[in-house]
Design a protein around this ligand. Sequence first.
Ligand code: FAD
Ligand code: NAP
Length: 387
Amino acid sequence: MSDTVATSAYSKDNPFPARVTENRMLNGPGSAKETRHFVVDLRGSGLTYKAGDSLGVYPSNRPEEVDEILRLLGATGEEPVLLPKAAAPLPLRSALTSSLALAGPTRRIVDTLANKATDAAEKAALQALLVPEAKDALTAWLDEREFVDLLAEFPSARLSPQELVDHMRKLMPRLYSIASSPKAHPQEIHLTVAIVRYETNHRARVGVCTTFLADRVALGSTPTPVFVSHSHFGPPEDPSKDAIMVGPGTGIAPFRAFLQDRGASGAAGRNWIFFGDQRRSTDFLYEEEWAKWQQQGTLTRIDTAFSRDQAAKVYVQDRMREQAAELWAWIKAGAFFYVCGDAKRMAKDVDLALHEVIASQGGMSPAEAADYVKLMKKEKRYQRDVY
Ligand SMILES: Cc1cc2nc3c(=O)[nH]c(=O)nc-3n(C[C@H](O)[C@H](O)[C@H](O)COP(=O)(O)OP(=O)(O)OC[C@H]3O[C@@H](n4cnc5c(N)ncnc54)[C@H](O)[C@@H]3O)c2cc1C
Ligand SMILES: NC(=O)c1ccc[n+]([C@@H]2O[C@H](COP(=O)([O-])OP(=O)(O)OC[C@H]3O[C@@H](n4cnc5c(N)ncnc54)[C@H](OP(=O)(O)O)[C@@H]3O)[C@@H](O)[C@H]2O)c1
C-alpha cells in the first residue's frame, strides 16, 4: 500500500540525517501512558510529504545494552565483523549499535549455545528447550528474552563476535504516521509516538525506536536518519466530501494532519473525529487543538471514549454505535471513513461496528452491509492505516 517515491536525493536507502527540534510529552502527570510529540526538521532535505504519509526512522540501540553485550562477550567493540551483503567488515560496537537487532533471538542461537556450552548444567538446560515436546515452552521462553539474556544465562558457551552477529537480524527502520500537513508545516514533520517500556525476565526493556527518539536523540543535534514513505492513505481529494476519522491513542496522528490540511485549504467537507484513550484528565491528546478547530468550524464534531474513567470499558466503537443514525446519515451522503491505530483488536472491532451500523441503520442484511462496505473500499471511501 505504501512505497517510497524519490522526491529528493534522500530515500529509504539513503535516509536524510534530520534533526529533531521538539520532544514534548502529550500525557499529563499521573498518566499510565507516555505519548510524545516530536517535530522533525526537514530543511535542506528536499523531502516532500502529504497528509496521510508516514515517516521512516532508522534508530540505534541503547549504548548500555551494547556495552553489556560487549562485556559478556569479553570483546572491546573494535573487533571487525562482516554483515550479510556488506562490502567490508565494520567494528563490532558499530554493528551492534546501528545495524543489528538486539531483540528477537530464535531457536538457532539456542541450538548454537547448546553445542558450545561447556558447563553441564547449562548444556542440559539448553538441550531441554530444544526437544520437540518443548516447542511452545521454547517460544514462550524466547519471547521473554533478548540476546543479552542468553549471553548472561549461558556464560560457558562462549561465542566469538562474528558467531553472535551471525545470529542477529538487521535493525529495521520504524514507520510513524505523520501528524502534520505540509500545508501548515512545509519544512517540518510532526509525529505522535507511544514510547515502549516494559519488563520481561526481570529486565527493563525498551522499544528501540521510540526510546531512541524519546531518550537518545539530543534536540537540534543528533543526526536522525529519516525517509518519507508515501501512502495512498489521505484526506478526500474532493474537498467537499465529509470525513469520519476513528483514531484512538496514537491512531489520532494522521487525523491531526488531515485537519491541518483541510483547514489550510478551506475544504468545505465536514470532519468528525472519534478519539479514545485511557483517561480524559491525562490522555486527551491535543485537546486544545481540537477545541480550536471546533471553534473555527473545521472540526464539526469529536466523540471521545475514555476507557478507564468508569468501571466498564468504553471504546470508540461504542461511541459509533451510540451515534449510529448520524453516522449512517454521513456515510449515506458520501462521507469517507478512516481508521488508524492498533490493527490487532481496535481496527477489527471498529470494522465490525461499521458493518453493524450500516446494516441496522440502512435496513440491510449482514451480506448486503458487507457488500456496501466492499463498495466503500473500492471507492476509496473506507481507508485504514493500522499497525
Ligand atoms: C504504517 C505504520 C504507522 C505507524 N504509526 C505509528 C504512530 O503514529 N505512532 C506510534 O507510536 N507508532 C506507530 N507505528 C508503530 C511503530 O512503527 C513501531 O512499531 C513502534 O513505535 C514500536 O517501535 P520500537 O522500535 O520502539 O519498539 P520495538 O523495539 O520494535 O519493540 C516493540 C516490541 O516490543 C514488544 N513489547 C512491547 N510492549 C511489550 C510489553 N508490554 N510486554 C512484552 N513485550 C512487549 C513486542 O514484541 C513489540 O513488538 C506505526 C507502524 C506502522 C507500520
Ligand atoms: N496488540 C497490542 O499489544 C497493542 C496494540 C496497540 C498498541 N499497543 C501498544 O500500546 C502502546 C500505546 O498505544 P496507543 O497509545 O496507540 O494506544 P492503545 O494502547 O491502543 O490505546 C488507546 C485506547 O484504545 C483502547 N482500546 C483497547 N482495546 C481496544 C479495542 N479493541 N477497540 C477500541 N479501543 C481499544 C484503549 O483502552 P484500554 O487500554 O483501557 O483497554 C485506550 O483507551 C504502544 O506502546 C503500542 O505498542 C499494543
